[in-house]
Design a protein around this ligand. Sequence first.
Ligand code: NAP
Length: 287
Amino acid sequence: MKRRLNGTGWTIRPPGLGGMPLSIAGRPDETQAFDVIAAFVEGGGDFIDTANVYCLDDSEIGHNERLISRALARIGKRAAVLVATKGGLRRPGGAWTVDGNPKWLRTSCEKSLEDLGSDAIALYQLHAPDPQVDFGDTLGELIRLKEEGKVLHIGLSNVECKELEFALRHTPIASVQNRCNPFFKRDFDNGLIGMCLSKGVAYIPYAPVGGNRGHARLPAHPLFRRLSEKYGASPYCVALAWLLQKGEHIIPIPGASKLSSVRDAQRAGDVELERDDIALIDRLPDE
Ligand SMILES: NC(=O)c1ccc[n+]([C@@H]2O[C@H](COP(=O)([O-])OP(=O)(O)OC[C@H]3O[C@@H](n4cnc5c(N)ncnc54)[C@H](OP(=O)(O)O)[C@@H]3O)[C@@H](O)[C@H]2O)c1
């Protein structure tokens, strides 16, 4: 199964890999992190999501980007994998704060280029709009970074329809990355996923199996247990298959810190849910 990242010329084999668990609190040691990335690529994976702020705090900004860059270099696969990163947050004392100031975005982007060891960032995503900064100003800096060749394609994250509409009036947008999983379906209800499809924008669900802690709901959930047995696949693969079947422009990026997780998630593309089972997941109430 391949998914087109419209407007970029890339096709991707979903799911991608979310890099966050390899660098935040509770992260594995570096050997295990390298093994997870290597297993993902050896299993056919070609899309990794990261961010400058995937780290413990602002003293080690870029931890995840450096890790991914070194792991890919070690296995000789830097050119074969699309690494998407983000800017627009900070980690003071380990907290997560928004900073959409154009100056910070530029500093972040230039540091990400260094940490990724790259001449241009393939997909640079605004991590989140900053309510204190005019969205047009933040977007304007992203457009300048693209014009300068530091960024090849622009993505948005944690946005609503109105921000995507605004951005599309000024520049091509390759992707939208928002929280979406069987227990959080807001973007299906508010029309954002439909808007992405009609505008040729890839939709990248983050926390696709329920999130850093919330993923534990899946193996305990009666419906996912039943479907897991029926399809001979893990409850995680059932959740990912549901997302994949909800739209050809949807590219989930499950995180993993264990080899077993990354290997299992890569089987999701082989699971074909029947229409009635998709509808059962559609009807689950948000939690
Ligand atoms: N744009 C944003 O604001 C934003 C916010 C959050 C996340 N993200 C991105 O989205 C990615 C995914 O989100 P997330 O990592 O928070 O949540 P998630 O993908 O829903 O859940 C991640 C956890 O699920 C477990 N898991 C995944 N697949 C599994 C499988 N097949 N079998 C068993 N366990 C499995 C992993 O456990 P183990 O660790 O034990 O392997 C992992 O830590 C992040 O890594 C990050 O790149 C973006």
